[in-house]
Design a protein around this ligand. Structure first.
Ligand code: HEC
Length: 187
């Protein structure tokens, strides 16, 4: 006689139910996370959120390591220290005195609040970062704005469209003789 047979079956059946429930719980827990990861990694979406209106310009990777073209200072009320840096295409064009700047030129203006050095009263040092401004040369894509695409960013996010409408007007009116770029290579 083999009486424990039905008991075994019940045991196997309940184990399967427990396993199935655990599996469903795991799946339900993971799906939202997976969805978040997948959507965050979609390059088109994340780029669009960080691109400037009108021009679609983004903050270029590695710009903090780029070479200095010139520093600048802005009087009150902005009271800022600035540094204009450029990618290799920009630096090569500056050094060769080449105008207009070739396609692929990228210029970045970094800016900080002016701050008095805590160690030395007459020295001025960078305080909090304020804006990052970018100009990208693409003579076809940006044909209607002198070949330049513009982007202004605060805390990594582009400012609104109204501000981006002002860029071209001022650069066109004041810096036309130098391919709409104000900054000259610092001696
Ligand atoms: C009212 C005038 C004016 C407006 C508007 C303006 N700029 Fe400029 N920009 C300047 C001046 C002047 C400089 C020279 C550096 C400095 O003084 O900070 C400059 C410099 C720059 C530079 C460094 C290259 C260069 O031309 O010297 C970038 C990049 C830049 N601006 C981006 C922008 C962007 C992006 C906008 C719009 C969101 C913008 N600018 C709007 C006046 C202006």
């Amino acid at each position: 006689m083999t009486p424990p047979e039905p008991e075994k079956k019940t045991f196997a059946f309940s184990t399967m139910i427990v396993l199935a429930v655990v599996l469903v719980v795991i799946l339900l827990t993971c799906v939202p996370y997976l969805a978040t990861i997948v959507s965050a990694q979609t390059p088109a979406e994340s780029t669009a959120a960080h691109a400037s209106p009108i021009f679609g310009v983004t903050i270029p990777a590695g710009y903090k390591q780029w070479e200095l073209i010139a520093p600048a200072e802005e009087a009150a009320p902005l009271d800022e220290l600035r540094a204009v840096v450029g990618n290799q295409t920009a630096i090569d064009a500056y050094q060769a005195g080449k105008l207009p700047f070739p396609d692929g030129t990228v210029l970045v203006k970094r800016a900080w609040k002016r701050k008095q050095s805590p160690e030395f009263a007459s020295a001025t040092i960078p305080g909090a970062a304020t804006t990052v401004q970018v100009m990208v040369k693409d003579s076809k894509k940006y044909a209607s704005t002198g070949g330049w695409g513009f982007g202004r960013f605060i805390n990594g996010k582009p400012v609104d469209e109204a501000q981006h409408r002002t860029c071209w007007g001022c650069h066109e009116a004041r810096a036309k003789s130098h391919d709409y770029v104000f900054t000259r290579l610092a001696p």
